[in-house]
Design a protein around this ligand. Structure first.
Ligand code: 5AD
Ligand code: SF4
Length: 482
């Protein structure tokens, strides 16, 4: 396991080993030598920063990338005034790409003042050919570019970038490889994301993820359990199992395992008190999973169940493989079986061909399901997806009215749902000090709602009972009762 590796005892005068992760350990050792010498020359530590754009999977990848940088000897900081700046990018909607280009402009200015600085880009956006062309042409100051499939090779690429002075680009089209036991630098000591699968096979017609993250690959259940056991031994009490579509976990393994079976195994791990997972596709959500959730004392009372649209016509064009009625029946079953569950969702407005009547269908679903929260997005045309080629693209101005109307209903419904908890005493995992008020701590309830209450740092990572007093829509003010 990585925790026992002594990088300084690796013989870096030899050729690098072929097998993984030994090869990456070797390059970490090489980078350590470079960083040590450079920091001795400068008389100060070398600093690095990793910035994450996008989803929880990217946040998890960033922890792995930061882990490598830390193992290589960098001091991790929260500022772009660093020796090594890495942006882990997202491309699910175009505004994510635009943000990266904007920030790169600023980075260029910083690098002009600090010529030794290295800039690296990775993640989903780098899997797009048009992006690489643009970077090659107009962003020559970027030192290293890699994609989603070879992230495990970061130590090796980092070493190349430190030695070399030119733009290094290494992008793979796909991979079937999963490399275990690489370092990670976790943001929280008491909770952690755990990848259970990579990629997506669903090809929803608007979505670029299957093209940039590749085909579905599940991790071996033994590796997952081993990782969670090690996390628990290190003080982690909450895990979030991560995958684009966790409900199809394990189907393609040599010895197939269902997601519900995996959850049963995770539940047995001593020390783990809470289990979350993200994301579920409604078409694959099984009765077995509902049963496991219902009988579990550890699985959190929260299900993120992306709807995308409430109109069967649009759902068909989106290739979602369920109808409005099927979704409603599923949500009703879940609420019936697990009454205290909170259901959240993702919704897209402005998909090609969508009319105001279709948006009304979506609003109807929001009213019926009574989501505890919903993320609403305006459709963004992604090159290479089937929806990008569809006629009847809806201009953004035409979407605005429907979007605002939907948002209003979503917010009202969420407020109404949250208000139902008023006066209850619930368990919260204390996650951080409140940013605005130092005397307050912030905890997360099983149903994912946040609660702020008087407390101090000693509570961090603990599960405490809090009385929910004032409802502020998406969060509560409360008082600790024990
Ligand atoms: N435009 C807008 N939203 C999108 N999503 C995925 N692709 C697009 C797109 N092209 C949203 C979906 C998904 C969430 C992660 O992002 O709602 O569930
Ligand atoms: Fe994209 Fe659909 Fe896969 Fe989710 S399930 S990542 S929306 S293709």
């Amino acid at each position: 396991m990585f925790g026992n590796v002594d990088f300084d005892s690796i013989d870096i005068t030899q050729e690098p080993p072929e097998e993984e992760p030994a090869r990456q350990y070797y390059f970490i050792a090489k980078c350590r030598k470079y960083v040590k010498e450079e920091s001795e020359r400068l008389g100060r530590p070398l600093f690095a920063v990793v910035r994450t754009f996008g989803c929880q999977m990217n946040a998890k990848d960033s922890e792995k990338l930061a882990g490598i940088l830390e193992a290589a000897g960098y001091d991790m900081i929260d500022s772009e005034e660093a020796n090594f700046v890495l942006y882990n990018t997202c491309t699910v909607r175009d505004n994510a790409n635009q943000r990266v280009y904007g920030r790169l402009g600023v980075l260029n200015g910083i690098k002009r003042k600090n010529p030794g600085m290295k800039i690296a880009l990775c993640g989903c956006m780098m899997q797009e050919e048009a992006v690489i062309e643009k970077l090659k042409k107009s962003y020559r100051f970027v030192d290293l570019i890699f994609g989603t499939h070879n992230i495990y090779k970061f130590a090796e690429l980092l070493y190349m970038a430190l030695e070399d002075h030119g733009m290094i680009i290494d992008i793979w089209k796909d991979t079937d490889k999963i490399v275990e036991d690489l370092p990670a630098r976790r943001k929280f000591s008491f909770k952690s994301g755990v990848n259970i699968m990579f990629g997506c096979n669903n090809f929803c017609s608007y979505c670029i993820v299957p093209y940039v993250r590749g085909r579905e690959r599940s991790r071996n259940p033994k590796d997952i359990i081993r990782e969670i056991e090690a996390l628990a031994a290190g003080g982690v009490v909450e895990v979030m199992l991560l995958g684009q579509n966790v409900n199809s976990y394990g189907k393609n393994l040599e010895e197939p395992v269902s997601f519900a079976e995996l959850l049963r195994e995770v539940e047995k791990i001593e020390g783990i008190k809470r289990i979350r997972f993200m994301t579920s596709h409604p078409k694959d959500l099984s009765d077995e999973l509902i049963e496991v959730m219902k009988n579990s004392t550890k699985i959190c009372r929260h299900l993120h169940l992306p709807l995308q649209s409430g109109s069967t016509k649009i759902l068909t064009a989106m290739n979602r493989k369920y109808t409005k009625e099927q979704y409603l029946a599923l949500a009703e079953k879940i609420r019936r079986e697990i009454p205290d569950i909170s259901i959240t969702t993702d919704i897209i407005v402005g998909f090609p061909g969508e009319t105001p009547e279709d948006v009304e269908e979506t609003i109807d679903v929001v009213k019926k399901v009574e989501y505890d929260n919903a993320f609403t997005f305006i459709y963004s045309k992604r090159a290479g997806t089937p929806a990008a080629g569809m006629k009847e693209q809806v201009p953004e101005e035409a979407v605005k009215e429907g979007f605002d109307k939907l948002l209003f209903v979503v917010q009202e419904t969420a407020k109404k749902r949250a208000a139902l908890l008023k006066g209850q005493v619930m368990e919260a995992l204390v996650e951080e000090k409140n940013e605005q008020d130092e005397t307050l701590m912030t905890g997360r309830l099983s149903n994912n709602i946040l609660v702020h209450f008087k407390g101090d740092d000693t509570l961090l990572g603990k599960l405490v009972k809090v009385r929910l007093e004032e409802c502020h829509g998406f969060y509560y003010m409360g008082t600790m009762t024990d």
